[in-house]
Design a protein around this ligand. Structure first.
Ligand code: PLP
Length: 384
């Protein structure tokens, strides 16, 4: 048969992480610390709000950009970081931040544009970067700098074709929480070079050291920043598919023109509104639990010869260096999976800078993370 469709799609390779995930799914008895999918239940008041909304008949086509009450609640939520988005024209709902990200990249970049990204970066960006044939200029987040960027390297990464800087803070997979000085340096470069900034803030509630800042609130940044938010991690709502874009109306009007629809179901938006209204106690509970898991597992991993683990400042992943055992992260993960039945992602899936590391999602209780620590220890003893 002829090859139909866009040749760009044929060329996109299945990412490393998808191949790894497919392998894990075929195996039995594996403890998976792969996906960033919280093990907590969606809080009760949110579930109840969804059920009530269905019973009340919120089952029709929802408003095109999302219901205004939810957009207003999102603008208010984000104003805690110093922004002032207009709910009418500057907030749009999506079925999760994944389609929001795709739509923003497609709307704001052209094939062949340059993009600066801090590496290791969230692997979900990669297929879109490939699809748009973007010229990536990675800025490394190195372990010796506690995964913080070197601003000189950032300056050098900006090329004549660069159109956008992607900032993900707190960062997946390294947990980096960008500080004010770093964000200011990024801001200065974005303004001087007339660049857009995509600010992926979906882990904003999970900060253990420092505090979450939004670059959108910095001077002259509102017109050039696209903020991505999601309910997935904050409220343990990964399966509900609810996310949002907040951006200046000129920018958002372009994003709205991408014909992908993608609005979330009516009753899910009602649940989202209940989530933002609170109570917020469950989110605080999640944060404290992740903090305990982080402290526990990082300490255990640091006791293992050949492994070193920086304590992440945010998000809910550990990104330990395993190069003292095996330089090749895919090989390490395959070995750990086969011999110890514990699944973690190879760091190379997050870009070349991630090689020599693995990502562990802290989505299991401490009791189970003990097994993970044991698995690393046993594996290290055998292969060091
Ligand atoms: N952005 C980052 C940095 C992520 O880690 C993820 C998921 O892991 C997403 C976006 C996508 O989240 P969702 O589509 O569930 O909103």
């Amino acid at each position: 048969m002829r090859r139909f469709g866009d040749p760009r799609l044929w060329e996109i390779e299945t990412p490393v992480y998808r191949r790894f995930l497919a392998k894990v799914r075929k195996m039995e008895g594996v403890m998976s610390l792969l996906a960033g999918d919280p093990d907590f239940e969606t809080p009760k008041h949110i579930r109840e709000a969804a059920i009530k909304a269905i019973e009340e008949g919120w089952t029709h086509y929802p408003a095109w950009d999302g219901y205004i009450d939810l957009r207003t609640a999102l603008a208010e939520y984000h104003s805690q970081y110093g922004t002032d988005w207009d709910p009418e024209s500057e907030v749009r709902l999506f079925s999760g931040s994944t389609p929001a990200l795709f739509t923003c990249f497609v709307a704001l970049l052209q094939r062949g544009d340059g993009i600066v990204v801090f590496e290791p970066y969230y692997m979900g960006y990669s297929p879109v970067f490939s699809y748009l044939d973007l010229k990536l200029s990675p800025v490394s987040l190195k372990e010796e700098r506690r995964f913080h960027p070197d601003i000189e390297e950032l300056k050098e990464a900006i090329k004549p074709e660069t159109k956008m800087i992607v900032v993900c803070s707190p960062n997946n997979p390294t947990g980096t929480v960008y500080n004010e000085e770093e964000l200011k340096a990024i801001r200065d470069l974005a303004v001087d070079h007339d660049l857009l900034v995509l600010s992926d803030e979906i882990y904003d509630q999970f900060v253990y050291e420092g505090k979450h800042l939004s670059i959108a609130a910095m001077p002259d940044m509102r017109e050039r920043t696209v903020v991505i938010l999601s309910f997935s991690k904050t409220f343990a709502m990964t399966g509900w598919r609810l996310g949002a874009v907040l951006a200046d109306k000129e920018v958002l009007s372009l994003i709205k023109k991408v014909p992908i629809g993608g609005r979330p179901a009516a009753f899910i938006q009602k649940a989202g509104l209940a989530a933002l209204k609170g109570p917020w106690e469950p989110v605080e509970r999640f944060r404290e639990e992740y903090r305990k898991r982080r402290d526990f597992l990082a300490e255990k991993l640091n006791e293992i010869e050949g492994v070193s683990c920086v304590l992440p400042e945010g998000a809910f992943y550990l990104f330990p260096n395993i190069s003292g055992i095996c330089e090749d992260s895919v090989k390490f993960c395959e070995g750990l999976l086969e011999e110890e039945k514990v699944a973690v992602y190879p760091g190379i899936a997050y870009g070349k800078t991630g090689e020599g590391h693995v990502r562990i999602a802290l989505v299991k209780p401490i009791e189970e993370l003990k097994r993970c620590a044991e698995a690393f220890k046993n594996y290290a003893e055998r292969h060091r």
